[in-house]
Design a protein around this ligand. Structure first.
Ligand code: FAD
Ligand code: UDP
Length: 388
């Protein structure tokens, strides 16, 4: 038995947004369970003990959005620094700015093209495919930037990151990476960007800080030994479920493919290892995809040591059932499987599937928060107003 009005499975941004809204707006008692021993899902961060440098434990998290409602909402819980994300990539022993911009193009072709000259060159190199008709990531990449740049910066990095041939991946994966014919090297195009001044965990804790919200950690929804498990709770209380959708149905329609990441963290006795927050490694021969150096996310923090730094190498591979599923791979078979799971969801009228894992979608934080706000307004508010 769950002693609450609403059970939320998963304390990531999706689950916490639902919990916060339900407690504050509807006065509901909310029980949030998470199988991990901390709240916050993949956005969780903690100070590395030796240096005090804030480390994003599940890979670097950069907050950005153009959604004004989401920006206003998140600003209730935290202030943001003026951090603007920039990324570089090491290809064949040379470092280039990303996303691909005029600087990248001119460095790569050892030229001084104007924007129009670069556009004309890339249009010619990209003429093999049209973006509109591109059937997969490779065709889309070539249609956007031409084959030489695609093969240098995208092909092998993508194959390393997704462990899937780019011809089997959807083109949308790289729609996230703009191409620019000027020297603007900001990673994101969004209107609002920054990092939480006091760190991610302080922000996440403030969302959960309400007398009506109880958080139970180390509690797996599929462990039948407690009252908030799938076996006990389904049918007795409305549930917002943000775990993996295939797991919910015990893989009845097969496993959807996910990528997971392995991180190798190191404290180094240098003040600055790479001079920037994120360095990608485009070459197939380098086993990791990128190195994060966390001090660079918070240049304003004067308490960080000047003689030590924390770096994290990121490796990507397919997830097994025992791994944390991070990224939906989204091949054609996956999309067909997802449709079958969506049909099964219809047999669970009191369970609301949300978040990255629950909808099998590549969601950024602002998208997870935005879709939680929509679910709250469009589904939970009507549900609880008729129930009363
Ligand atoms: P999650 O954060 O994954 O939370 C789901 C929670 O459910 C987890 O805590 C999990 O333990 C819990 N759970 C799962 N199964 C069960 C179960 N059976 N029982 C109990 N609990 C369960 N977004 C950005 O905006 N910018 C970025 O730079 C960025 N970088 C990212 C980098 C990486 C490596 C990853 C993986 C994601 C990144 N994201 C980024 C996306 C961001 O992490 C997500 O948008 C956000 O975390 C989504 O929140 P969520 O609540 O849907 O999922
Ligand atoms: N990508 C690439 N080369 C890079 C960076 C990104 O090919 O140096 C491609 C890759 O397919 C990746 C996608 O662009 O999956 C999106 O990149 P992003 O850095 O936004 O992904 P994330 O941070 O979510 O891993």
């Amino acid at each position: 038995m769950v002693n609450a009005d609403l059970l939320v499975v998963g304390s990531g941004f999706f689950g916490l947004t639902i919990a916060e809204r339900a407690a504050n707006e509807l006065g509901l008692k909310v029980l949030v369970i998470d199988r991990r021993s901390h709240i916050g899902g993949n956005a969780y961060s903690a100070a590395e003990p030796e240096t005090g440098i804030e480390v994003h434990q599940y890979g670097a998290h950069l907050f950005h959005t153009s959604n004004r409602a989401v920006w206003d909402y998140v600003n209730r819980f935290t202030a943001f620094t003026g951090y603007q994300h920039r990324v570089f990539t090491n290809f064949s022993g040379e470092v280039y700015p990303l996303p691909i911009n005029l600087g990248t193009i001119n460095q790569f072709f050892r030229s001084a093209y104007s924007p129009d000259e670069a556009r004309a060159l890339i249009a010619e190199q990209a003429s093999e495919y049209t973006t509109k008709d591109a059937a997969n990531l490779e065709e889309k990449g070539i249609s956007l930037i031409g084959r030489p740049l695609y093969e240098a910066f995208i092909r092998d990095y993508t194959a390393k990151q997704w462990q899937t041939d780019p011809t089997r991946l959807p083109g949308e994966v790289i729609s996230r990476l703009p191409v620019r014919y000027n020297y603007n090297s900001r990673y994101f195009n969004d209107d609002f960007e920054g990092l939480p001044v006091d760190g991610y965990t302080a922000w996440l804790e403030r969302m959960a800080d309400h007398p009506n919200i109880e958080v139970m950690l180390d509690t797996d929804f599929f462990d039948a030994s407690h009252g908030a498990s799938q076996a006990s709770a389904v049918g007795s209380v409305p549930i917002v479920y943000t775990g993996a959708i295939d797991r919910y149905f015990d893989y009845a329609e097969g496993e959807l493919s996910w990528r997971t990441l392995d991180f190798e963290q190191e404290v180094l006795n240098v003040g600055d290892f790479q001079g920037t927050a994120v360095m990608n490694y485009a070459d197939a021969a380098v086993p990791y995809t990128r190195i994060h150096e966390f001090r660079h996310f918070h240049p304003e923090r004067d308490w960080y040591p000047s003689d030590k730094t924390v770096i994290m190498r990121e490796f990507s591979r397919f997830a097994t059932r025992d791994d944390e599923p991070y990224y939906p791979v989204n091949t054609g078979e996956d999309r067909a499987g997802l449709l079958k799971y969506r049909e099964l969801e219809e047999g669970e009228p009191n369970v609301f599937f949300g978040g990255r894992l629950g909808t099998y979608q590549y969601l950024d934080m602002h998208m997870a928060i935005g879709s939680a706000l929509s679910m709250f307004n469009n589904k939970l508010v009507p549900l609880f107003s008729t129930a009363r």
